[in-house]
Design a binder for this molecule. Structure first.
Ligand SMILES: Nc1ncnc2c1ncn2[C@@H]1O[C@H](COP(=O)(O)OP(=O)(O)O)[C@@H](O)[C@H]1O
Ligand SMILES: [Mg+2]
Length: 368
């Protein structure tokens, strides 16, 4: 566990890079420090491995005050990955990966052997072992950077914008790889990024930093998106992300409303007022929406069927609030079509109920 207790860092020129930071990074979790450039993320991270000394406050790693631990020893137990991968250009990949184990006294031979294993672990072809960094793509170099940080099997991993310099497709691969690795390794990871999407995708918890090195919010990602602590956080996570947050909430207990419906063979007898909609059921399944105009068309041998009914916008009771809202918003009647496992109509969901349910669930107290 890593704890910051009222940690402040003031640079000699008077810049307050980190302002009274109090935060706990639980063991075995991936915590993301996110925020715009210059808000003190890197400074906070580098105080963990004592590359930067705090001006005041206490920072502990597994209970020990870092300023009282030999910095070389401390750093050997903390893997560190940076944006440019930071590989040594004159060393072959295998020797880059083996750097720390060799520093720790392992024989070069055994360190190289295990380096190959770590390379495979992060998705690198062992055939690349004898190349030099410049002979690898940006994405491959970042994987080498991760492999090198993992080679000595440190319990803690610090990653400072490790994927920011690679293109978006490769970045997504690397993010997925980190999640897969972490599900096996359960390291204590601090991951710095300025990208809120990356933070939400990777973080068990997300710490949002703002100007002047202030911690604005520290919570799980769903909570940050759905319930930003203040204007600064909501501006940073983006106004449109209120809806995005819906995917993190289950729609359990969402009220189902009655939907007027009619069997396909009985559309002719239907009397619909202007603006009223009915759901046509065919072979026991919702088939199409129809209105008064549609009934007319039906009489003439054609029908005004709304294609969205068959287009996958059904709602199932174990779906998320986002799917409920999608169903409601894509229905011409304003009632999203809810179906059971067999695809039979069980009722309708309304957008205002979804927003009400969201409000309810937002009242869940913030986790530590
Ligand atoms: N060595 C330094 N001397 C003076 N100011 C610095 C130094 N390093 C960083 N800063 C300043 O501290 C603030 C936080 O920087 P940093 O921790 O790098 O932020 P981030 O990683 O969030 O972009 C910035 O205003 C930056 O200009
Ligand atoms: Mg930085």
């Amino acid at each position: 566990m890593i704890t910051f207790e009222n940690v402040t860092k003031k640079y000699p020129d008077g810049t307050v890079a980190v302002d009274d930071l109090t935060l706990e990074v639980p063991e075995g979790t991936l915590t993301v420090f996110v925020g715009p450039s210059g808000c003190g993320k890197t400074t906070s991270m580098r105080m963990i491995n004592r590359m930067i000394e705090p001006t005041s406050g206490t920072l502990t790693v597994d209970g020990s005050d870092v300023t009282k631990v030999d910095p070389v020893k401390l750093r050997l137990g903390i893997g560190y990955v940076i944006q440019s991968a930071g590989l040594m250009p004159h060393l072959r990949i295998v020797d880059n990966v083996a750097t720390v184990p060799v520093l720790q006294g392992q024989s070069r031979r055994s360190a190289r052997k295990s380096a190959i294993g770590v390379m495979e672990r992060v998705g690198l072809d062992p055939k690349l072992a004898d190349r030099y960094p410049a002979q690898l793509s940006g994405g491959q170099q970042q994987r080498v950077g991760v492999a090198r940080a993992l080679a000595a099997d440190p319990p803690i991993l610090l990653m400072d914008e490790p994927f920011s310099a690679v293109d978006p497709v490769v970045r997504e691969d690397l993010q997925t790889e980190i999640l897969r690795l972490q599900s096996e390794l359960r390291k204590t990871i601090v991951f710095v990024t300025h990208d809120i999407d990356e933070a939400v995708k990777l973080g068990d918890k997300v710490a949002v930093f703002g100007r002047g090195g202030a911690l604005l919010q520290y919570a799980d990602p769903a909570f940050v998106l759905s319930n930003p602590a203040d204007e600064r956080v909501s501006e940073f996570v983006g106004a449109d992300r209120g809806y995005r947050g819906l995917q993190f909430f289950h729609a359990t207990g969402l009220p189902l409303h009655e939907i007027r419906h009619v069997a396909d063979g009985e559309v002719d007898g239907l009397n619909l007022a202007s603006g009223e909609w009915a759901l046509v059921i065919k072979a026991e399944k919702p088939y199409a929406w129809i209105n008064a105009e549609g009934v007319e068309l039906h009489r003439k041998g054609s029908a005004l069927y709304d294609s969205t009914v068959g287009g996958g916008s059904f709602f199932h009771p174990d779906d998320t609030l986002r799917q409920a809202l999608d169903a409601a918003l894509s229905s011409p009647s304003g009632l999203g079509v809810a179906v059971d496992d067999a695809g039979r109509l069980i009722g309708g969901v309304r957008a205002d109920d979804v927003l009400e349910a969201l409000k309810e669930q937002r009242r869940i107290p913030e986790l530590g």
